[in-house]
Design a protein around this ligand. Structure first.
Ligand SMILES: Cc1ncc(COP(=O)(O)O)c(C=O)c1O
Ligand SMILES: N[C@@H](CCCC[NH3+])C(=O)O
Length: 451
């Protein structure tokens, strides 16, 4: 006996009310709760996950256009009336359908590679709304971005500045730049995803930034238009942002005292979401707090950029997986599912928590047990969840929640496992937005030596 199918609701009316989809309320507020279980359909416009699993197979990523839209609108509405813009950090989820949703909503894009540049151009992004971040931009990536006419290169080191200048000079173009400054603030997040400390590889050291701006100002093929920072990811406290903002404003004042004009301040991304019991500020609170702090400091006129990734997509997606085997043991019970660390690397990489919920719950006397939910990959680190109390049978479907960000995007073909299919639900329709890879595709580019 089973009940309580998990449903994805339909697109909510726009514009959305203030509640942000990425925080605690995701689990509690039906109006903005795109993936909340069990959510029986109040209207007929819902898509049961069981149907999707049957139609597209598992493992399967499922995204909700409603949830993407809702998160974007939370940023857009908080920015309205200010000179503030959203540049979606493509790395979090670069599926063309996701990029297309954001492009149509008017978002700009933060890219970190030539590949991401090609993706955003493919969905018709306005080059004037593309910023190019990353510590290791290659010559050809810089050339492509310069040819495309991106708004700005976020420069992370002096050697990078020199390289860009040379490329721009050789092609007779002017490259617009912002220097990414490392403000040396502790974002109080996982060490692997903290980026704004002196010990991290990112950005130009705070103490060296003023001099770096003077150097940049002396390069005639460069035009300085801004300054940026990005202090880390999955940040659930607003205080480190305010510390960073204060330091950036102090720096801007000294740079402008040198006669160098800074048009925009890019505060990066990093706002966290609720995976478990975290309580990050709502998107609207986050944006309003930063903008009002800016105004208080006399910089209310300044153009502000945000580069959110996770907070736009993280809670707009799930990973559907099927239980292959239950393997009881003396020390542990294992539920072996068909999604592995190659599909969702975050638990293996960061011991990250993803809620795992049964798509259908048993009504008979299927016993609850404590399970480690693990994948089929040949690594002990291949797990999706540990010590989860679940009532499971083989063949059941589980949904790993909060799998819209850094999930498919970080998946791999380890163990020659084709990457999962991706589906986007819009209203009562589900669209395949990336076909499941085939095994043949995986080795199509490989060649053997001649006999
Ligand atoms: C420069 C830059 N901007 C934006 C982001 C997006 O971060 P998040 O997904 O945490 O919002 C990142 C990734 O951390 C980044 O490195
Ligand atoms: N990949 C990380 C976030 C890194 C942010 C990239 N700058 C995660 O899954 O949480």
């Amino acid at each position: 006996g089973q009940r309580g199918a998990l449903y994805l609701p339909t697109v909510p009316p726009l514009p959305e009310p203030v509640a942000a989809p990425q925080t605690g309320p995701l689990k509690n507020t039906p109006a903005v709760s795109p993936l909340k279980p069990p959510a029986p359909p109040s209207s007929s416009k819902s898509v049961p996950l069981t149907t999707l699993a049957r139609q597209f197979g598992t493992p399967l990523y499922v995204y909700s256009r409603a949830a993407l839209t809702c998160a974007y609108q939370a940023y857009a509405q908080a920015c309205a009336g200010h000179n503030a813009k959203v540049y979606y950090a493509v790395k979090a989820n670069s599926n063309l359908a996701v990029l297309d949703v954001f492009a149509k909503l008017g978002a700009g894009f933060d890219i970190v590679s030539g590949g991401e540049l090609a993706r955003v151009l493919k969905v018709g992004a306005d080059p004037e709304k593309i910023v190019f971040s990353g510590v290791g931009k290659s010559v050809s990536e810089m050339q492509s971005a310069l040819n495309a006419g991106v708004k700005c290169f976020n420069i992370e080191s002096l050697p990078e500045l020199h390289r860009l200048h040379e490329i721009a000079a050789n092609t007779g173009k002017t490259a617009r730049v912002s220097l990414r400054v490392n403000p040396d603030v502790d974002a109080k997040t996982h060490a692997y995803i903290s980026t704004g400390l002196k010990s991290n590889k990112f950005g130009i050291a705070f103490d060296e930034a003023r001099a770096a701006y003077r150097t940049a100002a002396s390069m005639e093929s460069l035009e300085i238009i801004g300054i940026d920072c990005h202090i880390g990811s999955q940040i659930t406290d607003i205080a480190p942002y305010l510390d960073a903002l204060d330091k950036m404003l102090e720096l801007i004042e000294s740079i402008e005292a040198d006669g160098i004009k800074i048009s925009h301040l890019d505060m990066g991304g990093g706002l966290g979401i609720c995976y478990d019991a975290e309580t990050p500020p709502a998107i609207s609170t986050f944006v309003h707090t930063l903008l009002s702090h800016l105004a208080k400091r006399g910089h209310g006129h300044r153009e502000i950029l945000f580069e959110p990734g996770r907070s736009l997509v993280g809670n707009a997606g799930i990973l559907l997986t099927k239980v292959e085997y239950l393997k009881p043991g003396a020390a542990k019970n294992f539920a072996i599912v068909d999604a592995g660390m190659n599909d969702l690397a975050r638990p293996a990489m960061y011991q990250a928590y993803h809620d795992l919920i049964p798509v259908l719950q048993h009504r008979d006397n299927t016993p609850q047990a404590l399970y480690d939910v693990v994948g089929p990959v040949c690594e002990s680190g291949d797990w999706l969840g540990r010590d989860r109390t679940l009532a499971l049978k083989s063949g059941d479907l589980l949904a790993a929640r909060s799998a819209g960000a850094y999930s498919f995007a970080m998946s791999s073909n380890y163990n020659t496992r084709p990457r999962a299919a991706e589906v986007m639900v819009a209203g009562e329709h589900a669209y395949l937005v990336r076909a499941r890879e085939t095994v043949e595709e995986l080795f199509a580019a490989e060649m053997r030596l001649p006999d």
